[in-house]
Design a protein around this ligand. Structure first.
Ligand code: MF3
Ligand code: CO
Ligand code: CO
Length: 255
């Protein structure tokens, strides 16, 4: 039977911490290099160089056949967008960058959505989308305590999303992480009936709200990967990796 959750050992946690920190540095560097006029393929190539220059390996490449170094999801694309030669990034776009790095036996996974162009000129609805998706992530992180439950995280994310009237994607969820990219348990962005596993020291979780300005409904494009909103409204995605410790929660992907 598939275990319900994974508790990592002290030597594993050393590796996971290093990989997660490297992933966070790579995420910020990649985000800082996003500019209008480049293609998403250009950005994917640059991301590959950034990750390899640090000594890491892109963890998504070839994962279940995924063909990119990172995931790049523009505007109504929610997650799993693949870099393309014919997809230009333009001023006013919202670009979700999801980065995974494998390094010496550990894996990191973290995401952030950036606005392309002058922040002061950001439309109000886009500003709300980005602000509250980030806030819902922070609420989820703050709700994680040893002795609590996965559901505490889900409920905290959901509350912020609902308060901001954003659509919560249901088909994709956060997850355990660390030695493999996806480990149990699931970490949904909405509360379910089950409390889920108890949070115990040594658990490593990715919390990753995917919120839509419009409806929660999404579909997968014919490329078999790119997930888009049904109504064409933009979507945002922020992801951090946390370690549950005896004393509380450590965010592994803050730099
Ligand atoms: N990074 C995604 C997550 O946050 C998973 C990407 S899998 C890929 O869980 F195959 F699309 F790269
Ligand atoms: Co991710
Ligand atoms: Co993830």
């Amino acid at each position: 039977m598939r275990p319900e959750y994974v508790v990592h050992t002290a030597p594993e946690i050393i590796k996971i911490r290093r990989a997660a920190h490297m992933t966070a540095v790579a995420r910020d560097r990649i985000c800082s290099l996003v500019h209008s006029g480049m293609t998403t393929k250009d950005l994917d190539n640059i991301a590959g160089e950034v990750i390899r220059s640090m000594g890491g390996t892109p963890a998504f490449l070839n994962y279940r056949g995924y063909p990119g170094n990172i995931c790049i999801s523009v505007n109504d694309e929610v997650v799993h967008g693949i870099g393309r030669h014919d997809r230009f990034i333009l001023k006013g776009d919202v670009v979700s960058i999801d980065v995974g790095v494998a390094f010496e036996g550990g894996i990191g996974d973290t995401a952030r959505t950036v606005y392309v162009g002058n922040e002061e000129e950001m439309p109000e609805d886009i500003a709300r989308l980005l602000e509250y998706t980030r806030k819902s992530l922070e609420a989820g992180l703050a709700a994680a305590h040893p002795g609590g439950y996965v559901q505490d995280i889900s409920r905290a994310v959901e509350e912020v999303a609902q308060e901001a009237h954003l659509g919560i994607v249901r088909e994709y969820v956060g997850h355990g992480c660390g030695i493999r990219l996806h480990e149990p348990p699931d970490v949904p962005n909405f509360a379910q009936h089950r409390k889920g596993p108890k949070l115990v020291p040594g658990m490593v979780l990715c919390v990753e709200p995917m919120l839509n300005l419009g409806s929660h409904r999404v579909y997968t494009e014919s490329d078999g990967w790119t997930v888009r909103t049904r109504d064409g409204e933009p979507s945002a995605h922020f992801e951090h990796m946390i370690l549950i410790t005896e004393n509380g929660t450590e965010v592994l992907t803050r730099v």
